[in-house]
Design a binder for this molecule. Structure first.
Ligand SMILES: [Zn+2]
Length: 164
């Protein structure tokens, strides 16, 4: 089936780059992560991302080399960042931020591990559960910043098999 073939292609493209990817919250290791794919929290919808719990103000790190594509404030996501990978095929989305790194701007080149923001509870996040909502979208060069197919970050960070 076409859909299945596309899903497979999407998964493998993210997997190919997963070794270049860093868990994007300072001090958090793979053992700290919880698979929150499809677990609804405040979002109240299918959850196509991972929630990484950390105290407000914890540095948020660029998960990989790339470029800041969009700084966006939304009702649900609060303060958010969309970062495109160097090859243009992945869009990384960071949400519920407390704030951006001073001077961070759309178009800025960022390196893996660089501080880009701080963890918060903006948007519809539960203030009692400050966390980084981190999403990986499979996309293509030239596609819009908010387009793409979400891929579960958890198995990419932990080396475990993806939940389907
Ligand atoms: Zn979330």
């Amino acid at each position: 089936m076409l859909f299945a073939a596309m899903a497979f292609a999407a998964t493998s493209a993210a997997a190919l780059q997963s070794e270049a990817m860093l868990i994007p919250v300072d001090g958090i290791t793979a053992a700290d992560l919880v698979d929150s794919w499809d677990k609804s929290r405040a979002e109240g919808r299918l959850h196509r991302a991972i929630d990484i719990q950390a105290p407000i103000g914890t540095p948020v790190l660029a998960a990989m080399d790339g470029r800041i594509e969009k700084l966006f404030a939304s009702k649900r996501g609060g303060l958010t960042i969309y970062q495109r990978s160097e090859d243009g095929r992945l869009m990384l989305y960071y949400a519920h931020l407390q704030g951006y790194r001073r001077g961070l701007a759309e178009g800025a080149v960022v390196e893996r591990g660089q501080v880009i923001a701080t963890v918060g509870a903006s948007g519809n996040a539960d203030p009692a559960f400050p966390h980084l909502h981190f999403q990986i979208l499979e996309t293509a060069p030239g596609r819009r910043w908010d387009e793409g197919v979400p891929v579960n970050p958890y198995p990419l960070f932990t080396g475990r098999r993806a939940r389907r």
